[in-house]
Write a protein that binds this ligand. Structure first.
Ligand code: NAD
Length: 367
């Protein structure tokens, strides 16, 4: 793959993207070897197998890192695992001058970031995201967290890494269903902020997109465009008081869907839940924020063939409503959404009538 390293500079940390990220990382690691007491590398069982060998061959400095591996999957993003990792770090003589490198998808960067933020009141951390969601979303913006009793991201911190190193080549071993899942977050980002990006993205169907080899410039462009938008939003509002809430489009309903599935031990992928959430919240946008029904239809027409329809059932509606009421983004008992006034323009803090929310679900069942 011939992609040069691009660096998106942020106030807090650099995000490197492309083939040459490893040259940059190798140089950084030489510096860390002198300044850090020890370097730890967190992987899950898949990234241990599929990504670690490539990483170590490209960055021989990491051959000496202490590797800690946990099971893959969203079920691993727990306080129990955070405690396990803190004990592992302590048992392996980590101290406040240690460095934790997180090699994995969003589960690993969320959990590893959280563990780093808590260990000795915060140790330096680096993200090397290996999944689509990890590369375009989870590793950017400093949100860390774990799930609690099957509820998504109930415990977490804002904790910024020292750097993010993105190599699209890692995506080659990713199961296509996880690649697809990441595309839902790309779509969400375009929908709330950039109509031109949405037009560029939807020129191809999701199926056509998945057939594009990772060597092609397309993937780097897609990652860069998405990161640029997220980074612009996040740098203006790092702690989500205001505009960062734009990125929650599709997630109020999406998280409720994901939480129910997680509690029942039949997890759906984050992106699948987000795609369903984007469709439901687009229905809601027509009622509440004046989204043109023609634009609604174009959103559905692009997402539905790519993601299919989740088997949401009427009987779960009350649980879903209940979960949304307890969403940490809400105040009192109101359910607050980010909605669309048009494609490319999100609107935050929308309190919706529960009747309209239920209508949005019905519209989804009827698709
Ligand atoms: N912090 C944030 O801002 C933020 C934003 C979006 C999503 N998230 C979180 O991200 C998580 C979802 O991310 P995800 O889809 O990356 O989940 P994930 O980390 O569970 O990765 C998905 C699967 O792909 C495997 N995998 C990852 N990279 C691979 C590779 N290169 N080759 C082979 N297998 C690989 C993993 O082992 C896992 O089985 C959720 O927990 C979500 O809440 C966080």
């Amino acid at each position: 793959m011939k992609l040069s390293a691009r660096t998106v500079k942020t106030e807090r940390y650099p995000i490197h993207i492309g083939e040459e990220v490893f040259t940059v990382l190798q140089k950084e690691l030489k510096h860390y070897r002198k300044t850090k007491s020890a370097i730890f590398l967190l992987t899950d069982s898949n990234t241990f197998r599929f990504c670690l060998p490539a990483l170590v061959s490209k960055c021989p400095e990491l051959g000496k890192a202490v590797v800690i591996t946990i099971d893959s999957g969203e079920e691993s993003k727990t306080l129990r695992n955070a405690e396990y990792l803190w004990k592992e770090l302590a048992g392996k003589q980590a101290d406040r001058h240690s460095l934790l490198i997180n090699l994995g998808g969003g589960m690993i960067t969320d959990l590893g970031g959280y563990v780093a933020s808590g260990f000795h009141r915060g140790i330096d951390t680096i993200h090397i995201p290996t999944s689509m969601i990890g590369q375009i979303d989870a590793s950017i913006g400093g949100k860390t967290g774990v799930n609690l009793d099957g509820l998504k991201n109930q415990v977490g911190t804002f904790f910024f890494p020292k750097g993010v190193y993105i190599w699209p080549g890692f995506l080659a071993t990713l199961d296509p269903k996880h690649l697809r899942s990441g595309i839902a977050e790309v779509a969400k980002t375009a929908l709330v902020k950039d109509e031109q990006f949405w037009s560029w993205l939807t020129k191809r169907s999701i199926e056509e997109m998945l057939a594009i080899p990772f060597e092609e410039r397309f993937w780097k462009d897609l990652i860069l465009k998405t990161i640029r938008i997220k980074q612009e939003i996040v740098s203006n509002d790092p702690f989500e008081h205001n505009q960062r809430k734009l990125l929650n489009f599709g997630h109020t309903i999406g998280h409720a869907i994901e939480s129910i599935a997680l509690q029942r031990d039949t997890p759906v992928l984050h992106g699948e839940a987000v795609a369903a959430g984007v469709i439901c919240e687009s229905f809601l946008s027509v009622e509440q924020t004046g989204l043109d029904p023609v634009e609604l239809q174009s959103i559905i027409a692009w997402l539905m063939p790519g993601f299919g329809k989740l088997p949401l059932i009427y009987e779960d509606e009350s649980v879903r409503m209940d979960l949304m009421q307890h969403d940490k983004k809400n105040r009192q008992q109101e359910i607050r959404f980010t909605l669309l006034s048009r494609i490319g323009q999100g609107k935050i803090n929308q309190v919706c009538d529960p009747v309209w929310i239920r209508d949005a679900f019905r519209n989804y069942y009827d698709l």
